[in-house]
Design a protein around this ligand. Sequence first.
Ligand SMILES: Nc1ncnc2c1ncn2[C@@H]1O[C@H](COP(=O)(O)OP(=O)(O)OP(=O)(O)O)[C@@H](O)[C@H]1O
Length: 394
Amino acid sequence: MAPSICAGCKSARAVIKRPKNHHKLCKACFIAVFEDEVHHTIVSSRLFTRGERVAIGASGGKDSTVLASVLKTLNARHDYGVELTLLSIDEGIKGYRDDSLETVKRNAAQYDLPLTVLGYDRLYGWTMDQVVDAIGKKGNCTYCGVFRRQALDRGAKMLGIKHLVTGHNADDMAETILMNLLRGDLPRLSRSTRIVTGDDSSEVKRSKPLKYSYEKEIVLYAHYKKLDYFSTECVYSPEAFRGTARTLIKNLERVRPSAILDVVRSGEDMGRLVPGIAPTGSCACSSTDALEEEVENSGCGPKTGLAGGRLAGLEIRHKEHTTGNGNTMEADLTARISDHQGTKENSISKTATTVSGGQKLGRCQSCGYMSSQTFCQACLLVESLNRNKRGTQI
Ligand SMILES: Nc1ncnc2c1ncn2[C@@H]1O[C@H](COP(=O)(O)OP(=O)(O)OP(=O)(O)O)[C@@H](O)[C@H]1O
C-alpha cells in the first residue's frame, strides 16, 4: 500500500493519525497544528494580557510539562508579552512527587524558567504520606486536593502573581462534566466547563489553556518534541467514580474520536442554560462549592461528594469543640501554619464580599485564606488531623 501523504503540507509522508479527528499528518504538521490550536484557545478566550506574570502549575507530568513547553514557544512566537514561571507543590509523597519534582527542576533549566517549590509539610505541618498513615488511603484525595488548591494559590500570591495556568486537558474536562451530569449537579457542571475561574476581584485567577487538547495528542506532542516528563501515577490511586468516568470516556473515544470534544461542548452548552450561574469570566471560586469543584477538577480529589459531607461535618464539629470565644483551635492552627501565611495574611480582612447564593466571602479566621465559612477547608482538615493525632475523638 502506498504511504499516506500528510493532509497538512500535502508533501511529506504522514506518520500520525490524529486521535482528535483521524487526520493523517506528518510530524512537523502535527506539532504545528497542536500549537496553533492552543494559541487559538489562548487568543479566543483572551487568556493573557501583555505584561502579565503567569505561574504554570508544574507537576512534572505530561500535561503540565507540555503546557510549559508550549507556552514558552507561543509566548516567543506570538509575543504575548507574559512573564512565565513554574510553581510546584510538593505533596510529600515518596516514590512519586519527589521523583516528579526532579523532572520539574530539569524542565526549569531546559525552558529557562524560574521555579518555586512549596511543600505541604511547610504549609500544613503534614505530608501526604503522613496523612495516609493517619487516615488510610480512603478519602486521602480529599485532603490532597484541598491542600493543593490552597497551596497553588498561596504560592502564586507569595510570588505576587495573579494568574495560574494548569495542564487540565479535554479528557479531564469531559470526565468532570460527565461526573457532574451523573450526579445531577448542573450548577457545578456549568462552573466546571469554564476555561477561566476567578476574575479581577479574586486573588488568583486560574485558566486551562489545554482545555481542548486531547490527552493522547499531548502524549504524542511530548513524544515528538522529546520532552522530559514523569509518567508514574500517584501511588495513592484515584477514587472509583472518576476512574469509572475516565473509562467511559476512553471507551466512547474508541468508537467516536470526537466524543471527548463533544462532551466538552455539550457541557458548555448545558452550562449556559443553567439559571443563576454567572456568565464565564465571573468568579467561580468564591464559594465553598467552587473550592470543592476546583479540587475535583484537579484530577484527583473528592470524586463521590465525600468532601462536601466530610467538610460540612468538620465545620459543625469544629464549632462544637470551640470554646466560647472560639479562639482555642484558632490559636493552635495558627501556630502550626503560620510559617507560610505570615502576619499580613493573618490580619483578617474585616470586609466581606457578598457572593452568589447570598454567602459572605470573607477570610478564614485561622489562616486568612478566602472562605465563606469561619474556617477554610484546609484549616478544618488540618485540625481534624491534629485532633486525631492528639488522640481526641471528634
Ligand atoms: N504538585 C503539583 N504542583 C503544581 N501543579 C500541579 C501539581 N499537581 C497538579 N498540578 C496542576 O494541576 C493540573 C492537573 O493535575 P492532575 O492531578 O490532574 O495531573 P495530570 O492530569 O496527571 O497532569 P500532569 O500530567 O501535569 O501531572 C496539572 O497539569 C498541573 O498544572
